[in-house]
Write a protein that binds this ligand. Structure first.
Ligand code: XMP
Length: 522
C-alpha cells in the first residue's frame, strides 16, 4: 500500500503566465486573484527566488507584491536584482515599488509620517498605467518608507502628499512601480491599473476564462486517465462537486462517485446531491446510506474530539468497503484548491501547506490523485461550477464541516436531536435567503444545546432545548466576526423556530468573534 501520488491534471501550457512574487504581505493572493479576474493566468512564488528560477517559470510579466518590511530592515525579503534585468515587464507594488527603487539606484527614505488608508493620488506625467484615469483620484496606501528619488532611467508619473514618487516607470525596460495597493477594493480604479500594466505595458492578451479553464482541464484529465477508471468521494460541498462534474465531463462513465451519507447532513441535502449527480448529470453514483451505522457509533458520546474521531474512522471504514467492491480503479479525484497548495508565508520560512483530504479519506490507498481544481481560487471554482451546470444550491453552498451536524449538537447526537436541529437550521437558511443575505455571510446555522430550559407555550409548561443562532462574516475562516443581523430578521427566525420546531422553546444569538471563539461550537 502506498500514499496517494499527487498529480496536476490541468496543463497551463499555452497561457501567458503572470508571476506574483510574494514579498511577505498578505496581499500576494489578492493580487493573483485580481489578475485572474482580469482574465490573465497568475501564479504565486516565494519572493526570495533567484532570476534563474523565475525564468524557469517562463513568465510573461512579473508583479512584486507588498511586504511588511522596510528595504533597510534586517529581515527584509531580498529580491534578486537580476529579475529586473530579464527583459520581462515588472510591476512593483508598495514594498515591491521600493525594492525596484532601492535595487536600481533610487532613494528610499523613512519619511517619518507614512501613509495609511485612503490617500489622494495626483498624476504627474502621462503613463500607460493610468490611461483614461482622472488626474486626481483616491488610492489605498499602507507604508512607512517612501521612494524620494527614482532610479536613473525612471520618470515619476504620480505623487501624493507624503510620497513624491508614488508611481514611476522606466519605459525602455518596461519596469513600473506604484506605492499604493491597486489590488484592494479601497483603490476604486486599481483594477484598471493592473489591467493596463498587463495589457498595455506587458502586451498580454486576456485569455483566462471559465470556458478555457474547463476546456483545458477536461483535455488534461482525458490525456492523463486514458482508458483507466477513477473514483471520487462526493460530500455535496462545492469543491468535491465541481471536481466531480469536471472529471465526469472528461471521462464520463469511467468515473464513479461515492457519496457516503453519514446522516449528519442538513435538510434535504442528501437528496439534492443524488438528484444532481445521478439525476441531472447521469453519473455513476454509489450512494451509501450509513446513517444508522454512524448513529450507533456515536451513541452515548459527548466529547467533541471523540465525536470527530469516531466519524472520521467510520467514514474511512465505509469508504474502504465500497472501494474494494469497485472494478480496478487507478485514480482518486480530490477537490484541492490553489490556496491549499500555494507556498505560504514569506521569505526563507515559506513552506507548502499539506493537502487536506476530502472527507478524511484513507491515507494508504493505491491511487494516483487527480486534482483538477489545484490551480483555482474558490471564486473561480464557483464560476466553473455554474458554467458546468451545477445548481446554485451547490455552487453557493456555505462551508460545512466534515462531521456535519454532529459538531453542532452539544452533547449526545441522537436521531431525535438531529431532526430538531435540521428543522431549525432549515428555517434559519430560509429566512437568511429571503433577506437576501446569503452571499454576504460566510456561514449561518443553528447550534442545538443539549441542556433544557423552562418555557410556557399555550397553557402549558415546556422543558425543551435552546437553539443558538450562529452567523458570521469572514474572508477565509481564519478570523470571523459575528454578523449584525437585522432585528426584524432575528425576530422572524426566533418566532418561526419556537413555533414550528417541537423540542425548542428558546432562541439565543451567538455574538462572539473568532478569535477567541471558533466558528463552530465543537
Ligand atoms: P472553526 O470552527 O475552527 O471552523 O472556526 C473554521 C471553518 O472550518 C469548518 N470546519 C470544518 N471543515 N471538517 C471540515 O471540512 C471539519 O472537521 C471542520 N471543522 C470546522 C467550519 O465550518 C468553518 O468554516
Amino acid at each position: 500500500m502506498t500514499r496517494p501520488a499527487s498529480g496536476n491534471a490541468s496543463g497551463k501550457g499555452h497561457y501567458e503566465k503572470v508571476l506574483v512574487l510574494d514579498l511577505g504581505a498578505q496581499y500576494a493572493q489578492l493580487i493573483a486573484r485580481r489578475v485572474r479576474e482580469a482574465h490573465f493566468y497568475s501564479e504565486i512564488v516565494r519572493g526570495a527566488i533567484g532570476a534563474d528560477e523565475v525564468m524557469s517559470h517562463n513568465p510573461s510579466a512579473i508583479i512584486l507584491s507588498g511586504g511588511p518590511a522596510s528595504v533597510y530592515a534586517d529581515d527584509a525579503v531580498e529580491v534578486d536584482a537580476e529579475i529586473l534585468r530579464l527583459g520581462v515587464p515588472v510591476l512593483g507594488i508598495c514594498y515591491g515599488h521600493q525594492v525596484i527603487a532601492h535595487a536600481l539606484g533610487g532613494v528610499v527614505e523613512r519619511t517619518g509620517s507614512g501613509e495609511y488608508g485612503r490617500t489622494r493620488l495626483q498624476l504627474e506625467n502621462p503613463s500607460l498605467l493610468f490611461d483614461g484615469l482622472p488626474e486626481s483620484h483616491d488610492v489605498w496606501m499602507s507604508h512607512g518608507d517612501a521612494v524620494v528619488k527614482p532610479p536613473p532611467g525612471f520618470r515619476v508619473t504620480a505623487s501624493t502628499g507624503s510620497s513624491p514618487v508614488a508611481a514611476m516607470q522606466d519605459d525602455e525596460n518596461r519596469l513600473y512601480g506604484v506605492q499604493f495597493h491597486p489590488e484592494v477594493h479601497h483603490s476604486p480604479r486599481g483594477q484598471e491599473v493592473l489591467k493596463h500594466f498587463l495589457h498595455n505595458a506587458a502586451g498580454l492578451m486576456p485569455s483566462w476564462t471559465n470556458a478555457s479553464i474547463i476546456e483545458e482541464s477536461v483535455e488534461a484529465v482525458r490525456t492523463r486517465v486514458g482508458g483507466a477508471r477513477a473514483m471520487c468521494a462526493l460530500s455535496g460541498g462545492v469543491d468535491s462537486s465541481v471536481a466531480a462534474a469536471l472529471v465526469h465531463k472528461a471521462i464520463g462513465d469511467q468515473l464513479t462517485c461515492v457519496f457516503v451519507d453519514h446522516g449528519l447532513l442538513r435538510h434535504e441535502e442528501a437528496a439534492e446531491v443524488i438528484d444532481t449527480f445521478a439525476g441531472h448529470f447521469d453519473m455513476r453514483l454509489i450512494h451509501v446510506d450509513a446513517a444508522d451505522r454512524f448513529l450507533a457509533a456515536l451513541a452515548g458520546v459527548e466529547d467533541p474530539e471523540e465525536k470527530r474521531r469516531i466519524i472520521g474512522e467510520t467514514f474511512i471504514r465505509v469508504f474502504e468497503e465500497v472501494a474494494q467492491g469497485l472494478e480496478e480503479t487507478s485514480y482518486l479525484v480530490q477537490g484541492t484548491l490553489y490556496p491549499d497548495v500555494i507556498e505560504s508565508g514569506s521569505g526563507e520560512a515559506a513552506k507548502i501547506k499539506s493537502h487536506h483530504n476530502v472527507g478524511g479519506l484513507p491515507e494508504e490507498m493505491d491511487f494516483q490523485l487527480i486534482e483538477p481544481l489545484r490551480d483555482l481560487f474558490k471564486d473561480e471554482v464557483r464560476a466553473v461550477g455554474s458554467e458546468l451546470g451545477l445548481p446554485e444550491e451547490i455552487v453557493w453552498r456555505q462551508p460545512f464541516p466534515g462531521p456535519g451536524l454532529a459538531v453542532r449538537i452539544i452533547g449526545e447526537v441522537t436521531a431525535e436531536r438531529l431532526e430538531i436541529l435540521r428543522a431549525a437550521d432549515d428555517i434559519i437558511t430560509d429566512e437568511i435567503r429571503k433577506a437576501g443575505l446569503e452571499r454576504e455571510l460566510w456561514q449561518y446555522f443553528g447550534v442545538l444545546l443539549g441542556i433544557r430550559s423552562v418555557g410556557v407555550q399555550g397553557d402549558g409548561r415546556t422543558y425543551a432545548h435552546p437553539l443558538v443562532v450562529r452567523a458570521v462574516s469572514s474572508e477565509d475562516a481564519m478570523t470571523a466576526d459575528w454578523a449584525r443581523l437585522p432585528y426584524p430578521l432575528l425576530d422572524r427566525i426566533s418566532a418561526r423556530v419556537i413555533n414550528e420546531v417541537a423540542g425548542i422553546n428558546r432562541v439565543a444569538l451567538d455574538i462572539s468573534s473568532k478569535p477567541p471563539a471558533t466558528i463552530e461550537w465543537e
